[in-house]
Design a protein around this ligand. Structure first.
Ligand code: PGA
Length: 253
């Protein structure tokens, strides 16, 4: 692939001032050619974006409202996120789908809101264990991709897709690199169908699910794997930096 790999940290409901300081210090020690992003909880976005203002590290959010403004208590709009320094937002993480009942239709609205505000959407998808055992992985991914992206106009903006099998998230049981490569090839083909070949080729397809500093390299070597979405291991700043260093080894330049 002719684009540089991308590594995104998803802190989930973790972190605080100590982690912010340690993570900022850790990423600033390097000049990664891979594209690096960190998604802390909303309240830390502004500070982190300021600390990393002069670096290439992107700051993003873990979610975004499907609404633009108005009487929606507790919501944060794409425009607000852009204003405080976000460059991307994670959309449709399986925890949002399972715990907050998000679906493909709401993901599509969020993708459109993000793009309209100038944020890169990082659309998450993946099957659960039961679906996997029933051989439904491709069907689930097909629906997630088509129902969330068909009719979306990128207009030259970046989009990122993260394949995160639910059974691999936080379980310590990552998918095998071969399985990931197969599913990423399927995702790439579907993206060609939804958009077109040049557009699909520009989309980073990340793998997420129990990625750590010891297994990251195996995924990064696989065809169609152009980055990683890292949860637990991103909470250890040195481990996250090591993963970013590994990803930087596969840069195109
Ligand atoms: P994990 O989480 O790396 O802790 O498995 C990944 C994610 O949920 O994005």
């Amino acid at each position: 692939m002719n684009k540089n790999p991308m590594v995104i940290a998803n802190w989930k409901l973790n972190g605080g001032t100590d982690l912010i300081c340690a993570s900022v210090a850790s990423v600033l020690q390097h000049d990664f050619c891979a594209q690096i992003g960190i998604a802390p909880p909303y309240v830390y976005i502004s500070d982190m974006a300021n600390f990393l203002r002069n670096s290439k590290v992107m700051i993003g959010s873990q979610n975004v409202s499907k609404f633009e403004s108005g009487a929606f208590t507790g919501e944060t709009s794409a425009q607000m996120l852009k204003e405080v320094g976000c460059q991307f937002c994670i959309i449709g993480h399986s925890e949002r789908r399972q715990v907050f009942l998000e679906n493909n239709a709401s993901c599509k609205t969020k993708v459109k809101r993000a793009l309209a505000a100038g944020l890169m959407p990082v659309l998450c998808l993946g099957e659960n264990e039961q679906q996997r055992n029933l051989g439904l992985t491709n069907d689930i991914i097909y629906r997630q991709l088509h129902e969330s992206l068909e009719g979306v106009e990128l207009n030259g903006m970046d989009l990122c897709v993260a394949y995160e099998p639910i059974w691999a998230i936080g379980s310590g049981k990552a998918a095998s690199p071969e399985t990931v490569a197969e599913i990423h090839a399927f995702i790439y083909q579907e993206l060609i169908g939804i958009f077109d070949k040049p557009t699909a080729a520009r989309i980073n397809i990340l793998y997420g699910g129990s990625v750590n500093k010891d297994n990251a390299e195996y995924f990064l070597q696989m065809p169609n794997v152009s980055g990683l979405l890292v949860g637990g291991a991103s909470l250890v700043p040195e481990h996250f930096a090591q993963i970013c260093v590994l990803a930087s080894k596969s840069c195109a330049i």
